[in-house]
Each structure stands twice: as C-alpha cells, then as structure tokens.
Design a binder for this molecule. Structure first.
Ligand code: 5RP
Length: 224
C-alpha cells in the first residue's frame, strides 16, 4: 500500500462515522480531499458541509455538495456532530500540529463549533512528542518581525512561508526546533502575542478520536 492508498482507506473509514442528515465539518489537506471524494460519492444523506478552506469548498462544490456558512449554521442552532480533519503530527493525547496547508485558523474555528473531532492520518503522522514538524502560525503581516523575535526568545527558529497568503489574507510563520512537552501551555502562550491570529497547536481542543491508516488496516485510537 502506498501513502495515497493509506489516505484513501482512512478517508473511507471516516465516512462510516458520519451522522445521517446532519451538517458535516470538513477540514483541509490531501487526506481530507480524499474524504470529500469518498463521502460525497458514498451517497450518505447530509444537510450540508461547513468548510475550513477555499480549497475544500471548491472540491465540495465540484462534487455538487452544499457548502453552508458557519455563521448561519451556528445562528440557526443546527449541530455539527462530526468534524473530519487531517493533521501534520498527532501525539498519544490526540493533541495535534496542524496547518501544513495554511488553513489552521478556519480549521480551528470549525473544530470549535463541532461536537466530535475525528482526525484522519496515516501512521507517519503519529509521534510521541509534537514539534518535529515546524509549527505553523498565522500572523498579521505588520507583526511578522515581532512574532519572529518572540519565537527566537523561546528557542524556535522562525521562517516565513514564502509566497503564501492565507485565505484570511495573512502570513504563515513556521517555527522549527520546538520540542513541545506542554502543548496546551505553548498554544496558549503564542496565541496571546499581538499579531498572532492563531497557531497550529490543537491541544486545548484535541481530537476526540483518531483513525490511523497502517499497512494492516485502519486503527481507531482514543486519548491515552
Ligand atoms: C491543513 C492541515 C492538514 O490537515 C494537514 O496539513 C495534513 O494534511 P495532509 O492530509 O495533506 O497530510 O492542517 O492546514
């Protein structure tokens, strides 16, 4: 099985966890792209999708799926029982680094609105300690150097993702060299810096469940 086969297997498994006739939260990335394909083609009845990136919205609409505005969904009191998203790293507590595709802020917003966060990954994303993958941080452009300086002060090596603008019109700063032993504390700390929109640590609100694609099949893991 190559990595695409693993991603498709885990994407297919996530479709089984959806709730009929409900709004579905949809994350971003190549694994989620396959989830979108599998879920729309599955014929499952759903009330529409709430999307966390322009890319996912385009893919959903390409399949003829209804994409709903999150504000309308929340204001109408409709639940989002399941949100499906990928990750760049996930630890045994189901805390994640996300944002490799630069969509972390909208992903965090949709996750916050959803009941159950189902993370879909292949085995290569599972780590004991987060931080080998450089932490993406969405930053308002005028705060770029201020945020980079603050990152150096906590021992990180920052670099701006070249030629990339987020769906919200901001920059992504990548913080390498962090060994993240207390992800909740670091998520909270970085999010308090002026100019940071949000960072890619999903620790305050970890996943509820992770589906991991391995060569032997798809495993379901809960937080240890
Ligand atoms: C995008 C994300 C993605 O979920 C994460 O980067 C994983 O992507 P992929 O499935 O392509 O490995 O957080 O912002």
């Amino acid at each position: 099985m190559n990595q695409d086969d693993l991603k498709r297997a885990v994407a297919r498994a996530a479709v089984e966890l959806l709730v009929d006739d409900a709004v579905v939260g949809v994350g971003s990335g190549s694994t989620v792209d396959l989830f979108i394909d599998e879920f729309v083609r599955s014929g499952r009845r759903f009330a529409g999708a709430v999307s966390s990136s322009e890319n996912s919205t385009k893919r959903l609409r390409g399949h003829g799926a209804v994409v709903l505005d999150l504000n309308d969904v929340v204001a109408s009191g409709q639940p989002i029982p399941v949100h499906v998203d990928g990750a760049d790293e996930i630890d045994p507590g189901l805390r994640m680094i996300k944002g490799g595709g630069g969509a972390l802020t909208r992903e965090k917003i949709v996750a916050a609105a959803a009941g159950r966060f189902v993370c879909i990954v292949d085995q290569s994303k599972c780590v004991d300690v987060l931080g080998n993958f450089a932490l993406p941080i969405e930053v308002i452009p005028m705060a770029r150097e201020l945020v980079c300086r603050a990152l150096r002060e906590i021992g990180a090596t920052p670099r701006v993702r070249e030629g990339f603008v987020t769906d919200n019109g901001n920059l992504i700063v990548l913080a390498a060299g962090l060994s993240i032993t207390d992800p909740v504390a670091l998520e909270t700390q970085i999010n308090q810096w002026p100019g940071v929109v949000t960072n890619g640590l999903f620790a305050r609100r970890p996943a509820d469940l992770v589906l991991v694609a391995t060569a032997d099949g798809v495993e379901t893991r809960r937080a240890r």
